[in-house]
Design a protein around this ligand. Structure first.
Ligand code: BGC
Length: 350
């Protein structure tokens, strides 16, 4: 009897073949997308949770911005639960003024000891050029020095493991606009790749690596070992209230309550960043975010926790600005953590 649920033999085998084919194709597509995913790990997978060693090595030569690197910082940071340290360095203050722009050997050694101490603790390290003011003022005159610094760093760290990440330049801005920064980055990358073909390199857009500037960032498409970074300090009049380096100094007393309006603005910003990352298949790293000490502590804690949570939800790595100065989460003298702020960053912190 011909059951209406059964199909003729030929049709059945065609269907079977088609089913097998569909299944096979489905598997292939799933595998391919898995592979594509494997090729583009998320920022969070690569760099996790981090903190900046700010105000230490990016200060002008012989200046002190209230905090000096101490030998136990890497251990303390690791045992608190951080994965990564970003080390901002003002290399430009330590090079010769003329080609080949040699970096002062004692400074090279000083930074190397700090990088190695962090790596020895099992921390990942993002090493950058910070505050290269001359390059921002006179990009054409200073590009050779910029390239020369990276050539020397490429040699110095040629034997380093995968836990070292290079970030070519903090917050390009002023006269170093996107049309100059994009080709300069590509040129520097080609140079560094000669010794570091596989190393992950971090790059941010011009305009202080503002989230709105992402649209102007043009990267070498074929290089798939790039992590994109932006900095997040919004609302700026909240995070930078009372900061002496902002002109005019912003009034203090502005709270951040985490209201629905505030939260949806924050989420909208960070989702825009995550969407860009997804669209361009690049891991994303919020390499700086933080609120200055003039803001009230509860507001800082709420804002910090919210940024951190949304970043993680969206698969983005983050680096809090910074360890032990004005935005700091630790008292540099007593080495005591500021527990509310640390817990906003590391929920399991005891
Ligand atoms: C600058 C710091 C500043 C921080 C917040 C960083 O990129 O290098 O000097 O404190 O941003 O404004």
């Amino acid at each position: 009897m011909f059951c209406r649920y059964r199909r003729p033999l030929l049709l059945r085998s065609v269907c079977k073949c088609r089913a097998v084919l569909t299944c096979f194709l489905g598997l292939a597509v799933a595998l391919a997308s898995c592979q594509a995913h494997a090729q583009t790990p998320s920022g969070l997978e690569l760099l996790g949770r981090g903190v900046n060693f700010g105000n230490m090595l990016e200060v002008p030569r012989d200046a002190n911005w209230g905090v000096t690197y101490a030998e136990d910082y890497p251990r303390l940071v690791k045992s608190a639960g951080f994965d990564t340290v970003r080390i901002p360095v003002r290399w430009s203050a330590w090079t010769d003024a003329r080609p080949p722009y040699q970096i002062a050997p004692e400074f090279m050694k000083r930074v190397r000891r700090i990088v190695d101490a962090c790596l020895d603790q099992g921390l990942k390290v993002v090493l950058n050029i910070h505050h290269f003011e001359e390059l921002f003022e006179r990009p054409a005159d200073e590009r050779q020095r910029f390239l020369a610094i990276w050539k020397q760093l490429a040699v110095e760290y040629s034997q380093a493991g995968d836990d070292l990440f290079f970030e070519f330049l903090n917050e390009p801005h002023q006269n170093l606009t996107a049309d100059l920064w994009n080709p300069l980055f590509a040129e520097c990358l080609a140079e560094v790749r000669k010794l570091h073909p596989q190393r992950w390199v971090v790059v941010g857009p011009d305009h202080w690596s503002n989230i709105q500037a992402l649209k102007d960032l043009k990267l070498p498409e074929q290089d798939r070992r790039l992590i994109v970074t932006v900095h997040y300090y919004l609302p700026f009049n909240f995070t930078h209230q009372g900061a002496s380096w902002v002109t005019p100094v912003l009034p203090t007393g502005l709270e951040w309550t985490g209201s629905q309006t505030e939260m949806s603005a924050l989420r909208k910003d960070l989702e825009m960043v995550a969407d860009w990352a997804k669209q361009h298949k690049r891991p994303m790293y919020i390499g700086e975010f933080g609120a200055y000490e003039s803001a009230d502590l509860n507001s800082r804690v709420r804002w910090t926790r919210s940024v951190r949570e949304v970043c993680e939800e969206l698969g983005m790595a983050w680096g809090y600005w910074e360890l032990a100065a004005g935005f700091g989460i630790m008292d540099p003298q007593s080495r005591q953590w500021k527990p509310e702020l640390v817990r906003a960053l590391l929920p399991n912190f005891q």
